[in-house]
Write a protein that binds this ligand. Structure first.
Ligand code: ADP
Ligand code: ZN
Ligand code: ZN
Length: 733
């Protein structure tokens, strides 16, 4: 009887593939997590061994042997492999794709997992004089042979010193049988405890948090570190990590977006005199592989990365930190739709290490986790170094005249703060010049030809852009329907920049949004101009709300809070409150007292009044009550089945069938809602609709999904649409 190997192959099928062991390989020696070459159709591909079994559902005659084993030791260690299997199940995603997401690209095509070094040695035949002698005129070749005669083997550096064309010479010697090439794994450098830089003396609250985290070493202990912006959360991470490093363990730190937070990485680099492994999406494959190896060997005591770094291998795990845990970028929005924050909790549990979720504006999920006793709350109530919380005021746009989106009291406040030597930051979550190009004569508004949306005016480029599908066109001279003149209506950051330049012609001004910092290095340069004080006025989008420390900003203006007040999504108000509080947190981070102005036409809206009277905590308390009453997450679990197609009726037909299947299986616990079309039904030429599954908890939902999805996959209608399942979706469309 021979064992069957259950292997994950990177293809979009929700199952493992069965193979017999490669010829001559004892399956008992194969550990789950090693890679193998396997035949797949007519191709040869790599796969990862997930399990060995006694039986297969395939008949014996259909079972093919794997071709060869690639690794001696697993590329994915046991506990990570278990996490990935669990995640494939939980998110109902093909296991091969889930496992591939955890590996740097070169490892998916069979590159050695360990770093190898090439060395060359004289062949036995050369050493015993069995080969025909080299020509006396082949000086270079003879020199190489002479150099190799005196040692067991020579490395690249030794040979390169002999001749600039050493590679050619070595290749020739190899071909003639004189030289053999060896590949040896480089032994990981023995971990040396890195030197630790100094930080400020922790406050008593920081000290308490650091001690609680350190006392939980070696245990599965989730913490929520809730502290207002500037309260010293990063300092708590740094100290807790220093403890981990002192114990010769590793810390894994997740951050929302590294390109937006160069300051944070710099702070880590300054504190730990050790190689940091930094993992993010703009690395080359080789850079990513290097960081992966440093994490796996244990050479890097601290690993910092974005979402997918949650899959980084760890030789000696000690702590996981998720900074800005509320940030939506932790949820992957396509393909394998995982939440890195949720996987951090699951991974820490498997590894038995503490996990710290940090935020000034925690997600309602994490607050509920604390309420339910599944996480410990650590609070940093005050700002450090005597900085005071900013005063927040509403500017009623119905009462005050506004020039291009900036109300008169706002203009006066800007003047006052600039006069007192402060910097001013204006936030508007809309790039471009104006959101609409409008014809006052006939009411035409430039539409996107491929979406149910309007085109945004980009004045500087003289073009119209769709922010949903990316399509572009020139700005028309006049209205295409009535030929009257058209005009931009509403404000984007580009227009605010223009208005500010007119109002404050002598004040250095910077715009920070995706258009302004497209060039590599442009964002860093712009942030430097802000922190150095060269820039006094700053206008920008969401990019400005992320963790930056601008010590001189004393006034923050939220130009339009109203876009999010009446969102259709059940998370719209949570997002808006987080954004307002985060951007407000850029004000008065150092000695200068801060002020925040929020422009709105709805000053009585409860979200705004709660934020002003009681801060984020008051908002969150009320929002949690509402979610509970309405039975939305975190008090329920949802999943959505999305579908899109080029004809309007097709997605709904598919979802109607899927709904019938779900209702037949669902029982009473899971509610099936929809299908509903998206509020913006057509995007990039495709019509979109979705079905929502709503369950009281994740077990009934998982039980249904496990039986339902295979049936959905088999529907004939499924072949006519692009469909995807999103478990724990962040956005409903
Ligand atoms: P957060 O991560 O909560 O925004 P930081 O850790 O970045 O806060 O701290 C904000 C500022 O206060 C930083 O400049 C930091 O160096 C400083 N800081 C943090 N903790 C202390 C402390 N205990 N004493 C003095 N300054 C501190
Ligand atoms: Zn017109
Ligand atoms: Zn479009």
């Amino acid at each position: 009887m021979s064992l069957v190997l259950g292997i994950a192959v990177d293809v979009p099928l929700r199952r493992l593939f069965d193979y017999r062991p490669p010829p001559g390989v004892d399956p008992a020696t194969l550990q789950p997590g090693v890679r193998l070459w396997v035949p797949f159709g007519r191709r040869r591909v790599t796969g990862v061994l997930v399990e060995t079994r006694l039986t297969s559902t395939l008949p014996d005659s259909k079972l093919r042997p794997a071709i060869a084993v690639i690794d001696d030791t697993p590329v994915i260690e046991q506990s990570l492999l278990e996490l990935l299997r669990w995640a494939a199940d939980y998110y109902r995603h093909p296991p091969g794709e889930v496992i591939a997401a955890a590996l740097p690209a070169p490892l998916r095509i069979g590159t050695a997992a360990l770093e190898t070094e090439e060395r060359w040695t004289l062949s036995a035949a050369a050493r015993t004089g069995e080969l025909p002698p080299l020509s006396p005129r082949a000086h270079r070749l003879r020199e190489m042979v002479a150099a190799l005669e005196t040692r067991d083997a020579a490395d690249e550096a030794t040979l390169a010193a002999l001749s600039p064309r050493w590679r050619d010479h070595v290749r020739e010697l190899e071909q003639r049988g004189w030289v053999l090439r060896l590949r040896e794994a480089v032994a990981p450098a023995s971990p040396r405890p890195p030197l630790l830089g100094d930080g400020p003396q922790p406050t008593p609250e920081q000290q308490r948090a650091i001690e609680a985290i350190s006392a939980a070493a070696g245990q599965n202990a989730p913490f929520l570190l809730h502290g207002v912006t500037g309260s010293g959360k990063t300092e708590v991470y740094l100290r807790a990590i220093a403890e981990v490093v002192r114990r010769e363990q590793q810390a894994l730190v997740l951050v929302p977006e590294i390109s937006l937070t160069p300051q944070l990485v710099a702070r880590f680099a300054a504190r730990f005199d050790a190689p940091l492994a930094v993992l993010h999406s703009s690395l080359t494959d080789q850079e990513r592989l290097r960081a992966w190896r440093a994490a796996r060997s244990g050479d890097a005591p601290v690993i910092i990365g974005t979402r997918s770094a949650i899959f980084a291998p760890l030789a000696r795990p000690g702590l996981i930190v998720v900074d800005e845990e509320h940030d939506p970028s932790y949820k992957q929005q396509e393909g394998f739709r995982y939440s890195a924050r949720d996987l951090a909790l699951a991974r820490a549990q498997r590894l038995a290490v503490p996990v710290v979720l940090g935020s000034a504006t925690p997600s309602l999920e994490s607050l509920e986790r604390v309420q339910a006793g599944r996480a410990t709350l650590l609070e940093l109530p005050a700002r450090t170094a005597g900085a005071k919380p900013p005063a927040i005021h509403l500017i009623d746009l119905r009462k005050h005249a506004a020039t291009q989106g900036i109300a008169t009291p706002t203009v006066l406040a800007i003047q006052r703060h600039l006069g007192a030597g402060g910097q001013v930051l204006l936030y508007l979550n809309r790039r471009g010049y104006a959101p609409t190009l409008f014809c006052p004569a006939c009411g035409w508004a430039a539409p996107c030809p491929r979406c149910d949306a309007r085109l945004t005016v980009h004045q500087r480029e003289r073009r119209l852009h769709c922010h949903h599908c990316g399509s572009e066109q020139a700005i028309p001279e006049s209205c295409p329907t009535c030929f009257e003149p058209v005009k931009p209506v509403g404000q984007g950051t580009e227009r605010i920049e223009e208005t500010l330049a007119k109002l404050f012609p002598d004040v250095p001004l910077e715009r920070i949004d995706r258009d302004a910092v497209r060039r590599k290095g442009a964002l860093e340069a712009a942030l430097d101009r802000v922190t150095s004080g060269a820039v006094r006025l700053l206008v920008g989008t969401q990019m400005l709300t992320k963790g930056h420390h601008f010590p001189d900003v004393s006034l923050v203006v939220v130009l339009n809070a109203d876009q999010g007040l009446f969102g259709t999504d059940f998370r719209a108000s949570e997002r808006l409150a987080q954004t307002i509080v985060q951007v407000a947190g850029r004000a008065g981070r150092a000695e200068r007292p801060g002020e925040v102005l929020i422009q709105t036409e709805y000053p009585e809206h409860p979200l705004l009044t709660q934020l002003i009277a009681g801060g984020y905590d008051a908002f969150a308390k009320a929002a949690l009550e509402e979610r509970k009453a309405a039975r939305w997450p975190p008090f329920a679990r949802i999943a959505v089945l999305r579908a899109e197609a080029s004809r309007r009726e097709i997605p709904t037909e598919f979802l109607d069938r899927a709904r019938e299947l779900a209702e037949a299986l669902a029982g009473r616990e899971v509610e099936v809602l929809g299908p509903a079309t998206a509020p913006m039904e057509r995007r990039a030429g495709l019509y979109r609709a979705q079905l929502l599954l709503h369950a009281p908890g994740h077990s009934p939902l998982q039980r249904l999904l496990a039986r339902w999805l295979p049936a959905v996959e088999e529907l004939p209608e499924a072949r006519k649409v692009r469909w995807s399942l999103d478990v724990d979706p962040l956005e409903l469309f």
